[in-house]
Design a protein around this ligand. Structure first.
Ligand SMILES: Nc1ncnc2c1ncn2[C@@H]1O[C@H](COP(=O)(O)OP(=O)(O)OP(=O)(O)O)[C@@H](O)[C@H]1O
Ligand SMILES: [Mg+2]
Length: 245
């Protein structure tokens, strides 16, 4: 929360993205500083997932720039993707492998060597119970699969997290655990951009919220120094009404 003066790590600079001739992102500008949790909030079809895919270089902007850690994404795909942990809505790990096997497999693909102790430390950090480490992921809840995916990101030492609807489908306890985890990651210096349509969840965890409507940023909200962003205010803006109306 002290992060807003920190250097910019993620930047959408006048991004315009068209898909099949339709403008999906329209002159989108926002910045996320090191150690900050930024929630891009918007309804279905607002362009949230498109923003993340553009920041990862999967969509080519018609104009404008996606910048990650000072590099234009289009010019530095490999280095940008190395630094970035992208969690799509349904974390894509292998259901027939255990959590440990998944981690070992994906680390080997990335040519990263970690000891068993380091892997277990990452599981403990994300709050994955030890009796599940050697179980196939098909027996896992959504919250447990997500913790495994975040453990992988931690082991990859990716300092930038792009999270697509990370709390959708999680129960309130799992959401609290998730919020605590991302807050800890951000306090340790990670930069977190999450996209969501959950006003309450965004207000619970974000240092700043950007409101996205039909591909345009129509408002930004910032948490006070000691406190959270006002849910009622954001909800009213999301629903396009006056607070208390
Ligand atoms: N591959 C595609 N082909 C056609 N249209 C697309 C494609 N990808 C995105 N769109 C359109 O772009 C707009 C934004 O889509 P996007 O998936 O970014 O929205 P979103 O905010 O993530 O929505 P949701 O909350 O439903 O996940 C939508 O109108 C969608 O139909
Ligand atoms: Mg989406």
């Amino acid at each position: 929360m002290t992060s807003r003066q920190n250097k910019t790590v993620i930047e959408s600079q006048s991004l315009c993205v068209q898909i099949k001739g339709i403008s999906v992102l329209k002159d989108l500008n926002f910045k996320v500083g090191k150690g900050e949790i930024y929630a891009l909030l918007g309804g279905n079809g607002a362009g949230k997932s498109t923003t993340l895919k553009t920041l990862l270089g999967f969509n080519k902007p018609k104009s404008g720039l996606a910048i990650i850690d000072g590099e234009s994404v289009g010019d530095a795909l490999v280095s940008v993707r190395k630094k970035t942990a992208y969690l799509p809505e349904n974390a894509s790990l292998y259901p027939h492998l255990t959590a440990k096997e998944n981690i070992e497999y994906f680390l080997s693909l990335a040519d990263i060597k970690k000891s068993n102790d380091e892997i277990e430390s990452a599981f403990k950090l994300v709050g994955l119970q030890s009796d599940s480490w050697d179980r196939q992921l098909l027996t896992y809840s959504k919250g447990m699969r997500q913790k495994t995916a975040i453990a992988l990101a931690v082991l990859r030492e990716a300092p930038i997290f792009l999270l697509d609807e990370p709390t959708s489908g999680l129960d309130p306890v799992a959401i609290d655990e998730f919020n605590q985890l991302v807050t800890e990651l951000a306090s340790a210096g990670a930069t977190i951009l999450m996209v969501t349509h959950d006003v309450y969840g965004a207000c619970q965890v974000a240092d700043r919220i950007g409101l996205l409507r039909r591909g345009e940023l129509v408002g930004e909200f910032e948490a006070p120094d000691e406190g959270r962003i006002d849910t009622e205010l954001v909800h009213a803006a999301f629903a396009q009404r006056q607070p208390n109306e």
